[in-house]
Design a protein around this ligand. Structure first.
Ligand code: NCD
Length: 358
């Protein structure tokens, strides 16, 4: 049983709760000074096993602006991880030093694995190519600020939909609001994983798959560009083949609606021409700024809400079955129970969502 306010996946909170966090972020944005003492005396640990600029610094700036303090590392080779310490031991200890722990890790399902042993709230700041719920809160706040709504949107998602964790969490979230429609723009090799497509279907929403930006741009309310996730490819030659397929140019923007916005979780490599930055519809820098306010709201919410006691693993334990995802946290953290949701002919790994055919 766990009695912390973890944010591992979007469904840890209900839609009204996301709305509450976003509304709080809007209020904070208007008047940040008013919140300067909300986390006085509290400590947040940021453990970043993978590179980060915005996520890490916006979390740290958020905590400092709330009057709290920060500890942590941004390079595991400077910590005992370099001596061979497992995730469990690092989290067990650091979570006793802190009130809230924010972790980014290379392995899928690592945030859930951390929450299983942590002695404080755990926030997933990205677990491999799996999920990135706090980027999604940033994206929802941006949509709210720029377009005034989270429903009735036609959203284009372009680039690396396979490994782009921000896309996975965003699609999950936007699927919970009525009448949203998705246009998935990718090469067949980098298509959205089927477990995310199933979420769209389960909400009775529509999606189409196209190969070019040109086919989609005219009908979109928002175009979400993403970087090809080089670090997730097993083979760099495959990355080389995929890397320059999509580029949003000023010329393409001429075909977009005057009220369409362009979002990108950043960092950009070359999927948006720099000349697009001056277009008022380019919302990605405003989006990055929203990240700090939404994280202030999330930290406050996490600290003040009465935790709902619930188990983190609800499936069946099959210790003889191994998850087939080579990037799943269970591959290296051998002490973890192999927990799966049984869907009849498949087992779904409770850490990384991999489906295993029986
Ligand atoms: C994204 C990430 O880390 O998944 N960046 C971010 O958090 N803003 C996107 C990316 O790295 O491409």
């Amino acid at each position: 049983m766990n009695n912390f306010n973890n944010l591992i996946d979007m469904d840890d909170y209900t839609v009204p709760q996301w709305n509450e966090i976003i509304e709080l972020a809007e209020k904070i944005k208007e008047n940040p000074e008013e919140y300067g003492e909300k986390c006085k005396g509290k400590i947040m640990a940021t453990l970043f096993y993978e590179p980060s600029t915005r996520t890490q610094m916006s979390f740290q700036a958020a905590m400092i602006r709330l009057g709290g303090n920060i500890i942590g590392f941004d390079n595991p080779s400077n910590s005992s991880v370099a001596k061979g310490e497992n995730l469990k031991d690092t989290i067990k200890i650091v979570s006793t030093y802190s009130d809230i722990l924010v972790m980014r890790h290379t392995q899928e399902g690592s945030a859930k694995a951390a929450a299983l042993v942590a002695d404080c709230h755990v926030i997933n700041a990205g677990d491999g190519g799996h999920l990135h719920p706090t980027q999604t809160l940033t994206d929802l706040l941006t949509l709210k600020c720029e377009l005034g709504r989270l429903d009735n949107l036609t959203v284009g998602l372009c680039g690396d939909l396979k490994y782009g964790r921000t896309v996975h969490s965003l699609v999950k979230a936007l699927s919970c609001y009525p009448n949203n429609k998705f246009v998935l723009i990718s090469t067949p090799d980098l298509a959205l994983p089927s477990y995310i497509k199933d979420v769209i279907r389960a909400h009775g929403l529509e999606f189409t798959e196209v190969k070019t930006i040109d086919e989609a741009i005219k009908e979109l309310d928002m175009l979400y560009m993403t970087r090809i996730q080089r670090e997730r490819f097993a083979d760099d030659s495959e990355y080389e083949r995929q890397k320059n397929v999509y580029c949003l140019t000023k010329a393409k923007m001429q075909y977009a609606r005057r009220d369409m916005i362009v979002m990108h979780p950043l960092p950009r490599v070359n999927e948006i021409e720099v000349a697009v930055d001056d277009d008022p519809r380019a919302a990605y820098f405003r989006q990055a700024n929203n990240g700090m306010y939404v994280r202030m709201a999330l930290i406050m919410y996490t600290m003040t809400r009465e935790p709902k006691i619930k188990p983190l693993l609800v499936g069946e334990i099959h210790n003889k079955v191994c998850c087939t995802n080579p990037k799943c946290v269970t591959q290296t953290e051998e002490y973890l129970p192999h927990s799966f949701i049984n869907r009849g002919d498949i087992l779904v790994c409770e850490y990384c969502d991999e489906r295993i055919l029986l």
